[in-house]
Design a protein around this ligand. Structure first.
Ligand code: 5RP
Length: 236
């Protein structure tokens, strides 16, 4: 790897760490949290675990994926469910893209459906990102993930494509079709010039029979915590 690329990756990781640690430091004792998914959330989980261990912080969290659940158990973060705690105080989660209106694309980790349910059950959603995730328009660089039922897949895929995008069925690292924690598939959608109207598009995708959920999150993020490579944060 070239030195410039290595430096850029280190700065990106540092921004994620800064944002994750900042968000975990906002948590107060007795809060019930939504625990998002991804590499930025990992930094928040580690900081929460340290605060539980060292400062006696008392919390419980609803994980948004099997990966986060496994990681939380490893770190000895107490877990709960939306059945036992249907109203959450705060969700901390990452994003793949964030636009100036705080609309998000999520689902890079294929956890978008549980992430949206958990965010919607929370009083506040703190989104933690590095500066590279801020974009003027969603969907130009990152394809929009949509979780779909396997039943009737081709019919559902065609309806999604009729909205004006190219669709790609997501594969896992071994080349097999990726199966989500919910037993569904992910279609990644490329809109030629990005997504001009995310607020309008989100309900149109979600209304297609066979679509479980799309990765547009509009009106859910309370604040965006941008981790800066110099160790500071900007809160939007
Ligand atoms: C998972 C997500 C993640 O929050 C998103 O992909 C960002 O991940 P990372 O923090 O690793 O960049 O939506 O479904």
């Amino acid at each position: 790897m070239a030195t410039n690329e290595r430096t850029a990756r280190n700065l990106e990781a540092e921004g994620k760490r800064t944002a994750g640690v900042f968000a975990a430091n906002q948590v107060e004792t007795d809060m019930v949290l939504g625990l998002g998914t991804g590499s930025t959330v990992q930094f928040a989980l580690e900081r929460l675990a340290a605060r539980i261990r060292d400062d006696g912080l008392r919390i419980r969290g609803v994980p948004t994926s099997s990966v986060t659940a496994t990681e939380a158990r490893r770190l000895e973060i107490p877990l709960t469910t939306l059945e036992d705690d249907p109203e959450l105080d705060l969700t901390i989660d990452g994003a793949d893209e964030v636009d100036p209106a705080k609309c998000l694309i999520k689902g890079g980790g294929a956890a978008l459906t549980r992430e949206k349910i958990v965010a919607a059950a929370s009083q506040r959603m703190l989104v933690i990102v590095g500066r590279n995730k801020l974009v003027d328009r969603l969907g130009i660089d990152f394809l929009l993930p949509v979780e779909v039922l396997t039943f009737g897949f081709e019919a559902t895929r065609r309806k999604i494509a009729e909205l004006g995008c190219e669709t790609y069925l997501r594969q896992d690292a071994s080349g097999a079709t990726l199966v989500t924690d919910n037993g569904n598939w992910i279609v990644d959608c490329r809109f030629e010039d990005g997504i001009a109207d995310p607020v309008g598009l989100e309900p149109r995708i979600d209304a297609i029979p066979g679509v479980v959920e799309c990765g547009l999150f509009c009106g859910l993020a309370s604040s965006i915590v941008v981790g800066e490579p110099d160790g500071g944060v900007t809160v939007l």
